[in-house]
Design a protein around this ligand. Structure first.
Ligand SMILES: N=C(N)NCCC[C@H](NC(=O)CCC(=O)O)C(=O)O
Length: 449
């Protein structure tokens, strides 16, 4: 096999952190608002994620692990004027602003589809794999993530010849960037040159571009264009498509809630993109390969509301070693009769998707994160894969070690008043100290320096 053809797409799933909680922080994300103040089970959340990672590994897919971020973010609370030692800072925040405390406890870094945008070496003129951490500046609790994300990416992809890491875009809504959730790579196979499809919700400069009117558009065209430049993607391999503002206003806050691409297949709802017919024609014309399949789901089969409730399009779409293509869907898709019926009809129809597997990811789903949100896709050649920090790759042993780590360090219940407990801070730091050893990350967290 030539170098180019032995390419893999590795999924790096976010390990759910020990402070996973439902804080109702994401206006525009229906699940987040509906489940605000629900009691969370961090242990169950992390184990649900690990079970999916292990299942993917057992199917012969390359799988990696992204460590959680250090929460509570005490330095963020200090920056907001809460003073004293860690315990005092937490107690003052708990008294004065429980919502700010919850914000600095958020485990939102688990959704690594928002960690960064990744361009594989087949698409970049310098032949390196490019990463740009996402500034996630539309939501305060997510805007806390980029600097740690960059530290983690550098500890996971730690080879300057092979990987290029870019600082997140300026922290200003002008360059709102939510990472790979708004980016899809289409190609005949992972080792071939791909078409990089950047999907944006609004423009900061072009007043002719009309964005959503009810919920925020988190990705701007200007941010996507900046990333394409930083990643040195040739003009003919990049395309910018506007997401349909009407679906953003129905709760589709990232493109990966209404569309997913894998290799030469784009699986999307018929209302995913603005002027969809023209958008799909643009994609077909720009496609760099031979055979692009677009599986477009009609509204009469699955409504936008059903798509948002079931997260059908937040399924992962993966190419298995035997060449078949599998939809990795949340169990919510089975519970929605319209969606379940559609999946059944799709599997027997004439298209490359010929299998489906369902996972219980309810802890994440209740905050608006499905299978695809929980992973960052990195297409790598065999050589590039050998340059990745091997301790972050999934294996039978790694799964057992991480499961034991979760059992040892995680609580199985977190409610609002638990967040004021200074013992929780002690527990999470002890957990992360262990984890940086397990994943061989070095001292990536501020509290470890
Ligand atoms: N679709 C993708 N790729 N990612 C899903 C991210 C969900 C996340 N939810 C939250 O951040 C909720 C946190 C809370 O309310 O506690 C968000 O809205 O950014």
């Amino acid at each position: 096999m030539s170098e180019q053809n032995s390419s893999f797409e590795v999924n790096f799933d976010g390990l759910v952190g020990p402070t996973h909680n439902y804080a109702g922080l994401s206006y525009g994300n229906v699940a987040s608002l509906n489940n605000a103040d629900a009691i969370s089970n961090p242990k169950e959340a992390a184990l649900q994620g690990l079970i999916k990672m292990k299942a993917m590994h057992d199917m012969g897919l390359k799988q990696g692990v992204f460590a959680p971020h250090a929460r509570p973010d005490v330095s963020a609370l200090r920056r907001l004027g809460f003073t004293g030692n860690d315990t005092q800072v937490l107690n003052k925040a708990a008294k004065e602003s429980p919502i700010l405390l919850r914000t600095c406890y958020s485990a939102s870094a688990m959704w690594t589809a928002n960690a960064a945008t990744v361009s594989p070496s087949q698409d970049t003129t310098d032949g390196k794999v490019h990463f740009t951490s996402a500034n996630l500046n539309n939501k305060f609790h997510r805007s806390l993530e980029p600097s740690t994300t960059s530290n983690l990416l550098k500890a996971m992809f730690n080879d300057d010849e092979t990987f290029e890491h870019h600082t997140h875009l300026p922290d200003q809504p002008f360059f709102g960037d939510e990472g790979a959730a708004n980016h899809t790579r289409l190609c005949d196979e992972h080792g071939a040159k791909g078409l990089e499809v950047f999907v944006y919700g609004a423009s900061s400069l072009n007043q002719q571009i009309v964005g959503p009117s009810k919920f925020p558009a988190r990705q701007t065209l200007e941010a996507s264009e900046a990333i394409a430049r930083l990643h040195k993607i040739p003009n003919e391999q990049r395309i910018f498509i506007q997401q349909n503002p009407e679906v953003i206003d129905q709760g589709v806050f990232h493109n990966d809630v209404i569309a997913v691409g894998n290799a030469n297949v784009l699986f999307c709802h018929e209302q995913a993109f603005l002027n969809q017919a023209q958008a799909l024609t643009q994609i077909r014309q720009a496609y760099t390969g031979e055979k692009l399949h677009i599986v477009e789901v009609p509204t009469h089969a699955v409504s936008v509301q059903d798509a948002v409730k079931s997260y059908l399009f937040n399924s992962q779409l993966v190419s298995l070693p035997d060449g078949s293509m599998m939809l990795v869907a949340p169990e919510e898709c089975i519970k929605n009769q319209k969606v379940a019926d559609y999946i059944e009809s799709m599997l027997s129809a004439n298209n490359p998707i010929n299998a489906v597997k369902f996972f219980d990811l309810r802890q994440s789903m209740q905050n608006g994160g499905g299978p695809a949100c929980l992973r960052l896709r990195v297409a790598l050649t065999q050589t590039e894969l050998s340059k990745v920090n091997q301790a972050t790759l999934m294996s039978e042993e790694k799964f057992n070690t991480l499961s034991q780590w979760v059992e040892k360090h995680y609580r199985d219940k977190l409610s609002d008043h638990d967040l004021a407990d200074p013992q929780l801070l002690v527990e999470t730091r002890a957990a992360l100290d262990d984890l940086t050893d397990i994943l061989n990350l070095g001292s990536v967290y501020e509290f470890q320096k």
